[in-house]
Design a protein around this ligand. Sequence first.
Ligand SMILES: NC(=O)c1ccc[n+]([C@@H]2O[C@H](COP(=O)([O-])OP(=O)(O)OC[C@H]3O[C@@H](n4cnc5c(N)ncnc54)[C@H](O)[C@@H]3O)[C@@H](O)[C@H]2O)c1
Length: 253
Amino acid sequence: MATGLDGRSVIVTGAGSGIGRAAAVAFAAEGSKVVVADLNAETAEKVVSEIEEAGGTAVAVTGDLSEQAVVDRVTSTAVERFGGVDVLVNNAGIMDRMSAAADVGDAEWERVIRVNLTAPFLLTRAVLPHMLKAGKGAIVNTASEAGLRGSAAGAAYTASKHGVVGLTKNLAVMYRDQGIRTNAIAPGGTATGLAVDIDGEAHGPRALGPYFGNVGRVSEPEEQAAAIVFLASDAASNINGVVLAVDNGWSAV
Ligand SMILES: NC(=O)c1ccc[n+]([C@@H]2O[C@H](COP(=O)([O-])OP(=O)(O)OC[C@H]3O[C@@H](n4cnc5c(N)ncnc54)[C@H](O)[C@@H]3O)[C@@H](O)[C@H]2O)c1
């Protein structure tokens, strides 16, 4: 399978941990030059070292991606260091408290929507001029099982991930004639650092009761990364606007 990713400039957000880390390492193994973007400077630098020790090329950009200045820094680093933006992976995300709407405070709602939905929009808007100028590009968004159904998380996270699915499809339609493809993965339960702030009796999977069941086998981050790399690659050249569930069949139940 020819991925065509050798030498490409790739931005991966949330690349300091979990799915993003696995994706950054996988892109680097394909010969891509990777911008490792994350809130956590220590883990981002660690991933860059890991990639460099394996003979790859990467640079860390740290900061909160919900801030425009950080988004601009990520974009300009890709352009100045690696010559443009061929691939954008909007992967950084945070969990909610698994709460039903009546229990969601303003701060929780605003933060989850800001990080999970607004930040991917901001970064997409920032890289699009570069992709349009190049006449090509691939965007892969990390949605979630919670972007497909109402029984996988709380109100805020579920709304944010349905938003990511909507953004993905709209981008796919709006830019398909300009050579830019946008797809998403919808991970099921994956063994990462993603924290579920479960608040005792009222929240968490327990609040979703029997609807939360049938999750299936928990996946490894590398299994999610493989789907991200495929969707970003030339092997997926006619795939646009798809939300690929990587969930051991959870969404099929
Ligand atoms: N783990 C799962 O079961 C699962 C399931 C479905 C979807 N997802 C999604 O996968 C994506 C990756 O999460 P993960 O599971 O690898 O978790 P993770 O916590 O291991 O990694 C997320 C990374 O994003 C970074 N991050 C968080 N907020 C940020 C911000 N504002 N700016 C910059 N970086 C920020 C964190 O520092 C962390 O390194 C998320 O979008 C998450 O919603 C995860």
